[in-house]
Design a protein around this ligand. Structure first.
Ligand code: ZN
Length: 273
């Protein structure tokens, strides 16, 4: 049993040390460190775990593995448990497969119940927690609405402040963002887009590429294409946002706050300034 209430710091220290040792052994993410990464990423909401059970701080529990056995990729997209949400390891930085290998898309598999509980289960409930991000104020400025839950708005503001320092040839990829909060289902799907929770932002559509555009199908997405410079991706990743440009079903406009997939080994909260 992990308890954050009485011995949070001791646990985090021990966990950090363990992860560091694991890193030295060349095994950053063991098969089952998904629970620990979730606890580290969302300490305001998740207060512990007992075996296969995640304990929310308000007393609610969720299974980590739903015990439904092996699922196809499509079944995972439609009905993921938390274990499946965590199992593909997001490749931070420049070392990622291009084009992405079939169905490799860490972060695209989401347990919807988890996100609804964290950020709100209706447009109205999510909207109550939204706050404006002052996007690229040195370059004209726009307002993007993101959730204050987990301080996602502050993390995106930090991204914006760094992007605003970039030279113009790079800034032109991000100076006209296509959207942020939007309660909607994903195109051709029944499940909610992460934009519904106020945790995602799309940068300029004119320089983005999406697997479904033109002749793409789910089995054969449109041929991988990316025009977004990696310098922009680095800045988002540094502040807890993963990039849809690393997915088999790619979406190079899309960035999404998913700290559980970006935690640095041994760091308690790498996204705090
Ligand atoms: Zn998006």
């Amino acid at each position: 049993m992990y308890s954050f209430s009485a011995s949070k710091k001791a646990f985090l220290f021990l966990f950090g040390t363990g992860l560091f040792v694991a890193l030295l052994c060349g095994n950053t993410h063991s098969a089952d460190d998904g629970i620990q990464r979730l606890l580290l990423a969302y300490p305001d909401h998740l207060c512990g775990a007992e075996g296969n059970t995640i304990l929310w701080c308000d007393g609610e529990t969720m299974p980590y593995d739903d015990g439904k056995g092996p699922k196809t990729h499509r079944q995972k997209l439609e009905d993921a448990d938390l274990q499946e949400q965590m199992e593909q390891i997001y490749p931070r930085g420049t070392d990622f497969p291009v084009p992405p290998t079939t169905d490799f898309e860490p972060g695209r598999i989401r347990n919807e119940r988890f996100f609804k509980k964290m950020y709100g289960d209706s447009a109205e409930r999510v909207r109550k927690n939204l706050a404006p991000v002052n996007w690229l104020p040195a370059s004209g400025g726009k307002r993007l609405y993101m959730t204050t839950v987990n301080r996602v708005n502050e993390h995106l503001q930090a991204v914006s402040n760094e992007l605003d320092q970039l030279p113009a040839p790079l800034k032109r990829f991000v100076d006209n963002p296509a959207g942020s909060f939007n309660w909607r289902v994903i195109a051709r799907e029944r499940r909610l887009s992460p934009h519904s929770f106020g945790i995602a932002v799309d940068i300029n559509a004119a320089s983005g590429d999406y697997w479904l555009w033109n002749s793409g199908t789910e089995r054969e997405p449109r041929t991988y294409r990316n025009r977004v410079p990696i310098e922009i991706v680095w800045i988002f990743e540094k502040h807890g946002f993963i990039w849809g440009g690393k997915w088999y079903h790619f979406d190079t406009l899309h960035f999404e706050y998913r700290p559980e997939l970006l935690l640095d080994a041994g760091k308690i909260n790498p996204f705090d300034k």
